[in-house]
Design a protein around this ligand. Structure first.
Ligand code: QV4
Ligand code: CA
Length: 508
């Protein structure tokens, strides 16, 4: 009995760090603002066959409808109730998506907005995605229900304006958003009921929005109320995967490490620093990536959720600044995502965006609010073109060959050590993952031509960046590895994608 007690306790205290993906699937994709019906189809037609582990979805609970500006993406971060009813779809469509994705081994992670409700200036009425009445002026949300004593007005009735005061950051309003009193058991139970409703449908875990603005102990009290995952798809006793949005670039009162007990945290230093290195700003160069990870002051790898960009900082919201690489700079972006997916540090999330008409004025994109592709507010379908790209202004970065193939690379090298690092002291670098994979970058302004130890078995390998291995042939560059594990690499600095990646499953 002691043994099983040990296992269940041990299992219990580890579960929240484990993404609960099907074995060997090591990356998730954020299908930002997608509709549930489109995600269900994408799981079956693309994500499962290409080895994606799961999908982070936009907040599924009812939110305020904002008309000024017209239907901004950020209205979904202003809850009105916990009814599963938004522009992405209704509860039946959500449930169908979770079932169909789980049935093909692709997990669903929900963006849980549980720190607050709508803005204090949200007014009153039924301008909400499911028509629920609310009155922000007197903190009345009858469809939950929440009323005035469920909010922190008594502790702090103003906005956060000092990020060096931990009490302010947790008890005051982020951007004027009505702050929930999460020390109250009623609020904790109400939030947990919402999350358990999702868990019972088959959801595998949660992104906790604005976690920095909640006390770690209050979050833990909510998590302790959560059910184990649905045994239709998960083993008995499995715990929901938790990753907390905590923006910690250093220099503030609150540290990501305060939240380690609850689950993983988003490591925003990752994308900010990688963007600076790939852009070669401030004297940064890829040779410095030799000790990438904890060596750069990031949180421990098994507590990190990492990404190149996210829905905030790809449009100047949140943190990360101008160095953040996005789909708008595709050549550098593919290198950054390729590097992230090849390197062992952290649990990786790929961003999948929509295009919007950026309009920079005085260095700021005044169109940063524009919501998903839509017809009079109704989110457009994700259409798939004959060349497998997406239409209707969905960017589908996760379908770009270089990114899709690096998701597969990460799966193939899973568990293998970081090995065989080489650099030219500048921006030409290479490294392997044990005997299962090897990648070479040329980000210098001159060509790379060198012979490197790959650690791989002898043979001919297809480069998965310039092409694919199809019917026993390489559609792109071929690399020959000798019996000594060495191979010659040539990469022009003007190549479309100046990096080469080979792995055990791209071998002819
Ligand atoms: C305005 C005024 C306030 C006023 C308020 C009154 O600015 O001074 O008190 O009206 O109602 C939108 C508007 C913002 C408006 C607010 C409330 O942009 O001007 O305040 O609504 O009406 C997203 C957007 C925000 C947006 C918010 C709610 O980024 O612009 O605010 O949704 O719609 C910090 C946090 C971090 C956060 C990041 C953006 O530590 O947690 O800022 N990131 C997460 C999400 C992000 C989301 C939120 C948190 C809030 O990733 O997308 O903010 O849920 O770094
Ligand atoms: Ca708070």
């Amino acid at each position: 009995m002691k043994f099983f007690l040990f296992i269940s306790l041990f299992g219990f205290c580890w579960g929240q760090y484990d993404p609960q993906t099907q074995y060997g699937r090591t990356a998730i994709v954020h299908l930002f603002e997608w509709r549930w019906v489109d995600i269900a189809k994408e799981c079956e037609r693309y994500l499962a066959p290409k080895g994606f582990g799961g999908v982070q979805v936009s907040p599924p609970n009812e939110n305020i409808v904002v008309y000024n500006p017209s239907r901004p993406w950020w209205e979904r971060y202003q809850p009105i109730s916990y009814k599963i009813c938004t522009r992405s779809g209704n509860e039946d469509e959500f449930r169908d998506m979770v079932t169909r994705c789980n049935n093909v081994g692709v997990r669903i992670y929900v963006d849980a907005v549980i720190n607050h409700m709508c803005g204090a200036g949200g007014g009153a009425g039924t301008s909400s995605t499911c028509g629920s009445y609310y009155n922000a002026n007197n903190r009345d949300f009858p469809s939950v229900p929440y009323s005035a004593w469920d909010f922190n007005d008594g502790k702090c009735d103003g906005e956060i304006n000092n990020y060096n005061d931990a009490n302010q950051v947790r008890n005051c309003r982020l951007s004027g958003l009505l702050d929930l009193a999460l020390e109250k058991d009623y609020v904790r139970t109400t939030v947990a009921n919402y999350m358990n409703h999702l868990i019972d449908m088959g959801v595998a875990g949660f992104r906790l929005d604005a976690a920095k603005h909640m006390w770690p102990g209050d979050i833990k009290a909510v998590l302790d109320k959560l059910h184990n995952l649905n045994t239709q798809w998960f083993s008995q006793g499995s715990r929901p995967f938790i990753f907390q949005e905590v923006i910690d670039l250093g220099g503030e009162a609150i540290k990501g490490s305060e939240y380690f007990g609850n689950g993983r945290v988003t490591e925003f230093k990752y994308g900010a620093k990688l963007g600076t290195v790939i852009r070669k700003w401030n004297g940064e160069k890829m040779a410095y990536l030799k000790n990438w990870g904890e060596g750069w002051g990031f949180v421990p790898s098994d507590r990190a959720l990492v990404f190149v960009d996210n829905h905030d900082n790809q449009r100047g919201h949140g943190a990360g600044g101008a160095s953040i690489l996005t789909f708008w700079d595709p050549r550098m972006y593919k290198m950054a995502v390729g590097f992230m997916l090849a390197h062992p540090y952290g649990f990786t999330r790929v961003m999948s965006s929509y295009r919007w008409p950026r309009n920079f004025q005085n260095g700021k994109d005044v169109n940063d609010w524009i919501g998903p592709p839509n017809n009079n507010g109704v989110t457009k379908e994700v259409t798939i073109n004959p060349d497998t790209t997406c239409g209707n202004d969905w960017v589908c970065e996760h379908r770009w060959r270089q990114i899709r193939n690096m998701v597969a690379f990460r799966n193939v090298v899973n568990g293998q050590p970081f090995s065989n690092w080489w650099d030219n002291g500048s921006n030409q670098v290479a490294f392997g993952r044990g005997n299962r994979g090897f990648i070479v970058f040329n980000n210098d302004d001159w060509s790379l031509s060198t012979t490197l130890q790959t650690g791989l078995p002898a043979g001919t390998y297809c480069d998965v960046i310039s092409g694919d291995k199809i019917d026993g042939n390489c559609t792109g560059i071929k690399v020959t590895v000798g019996s000594d594990g060495k191979a010659h690499f040539s990469i022009s600095n003007s190549a479309e994608d100046p990096f080469i990646a080979i792995h055990a499953e791209s071998k002819l």
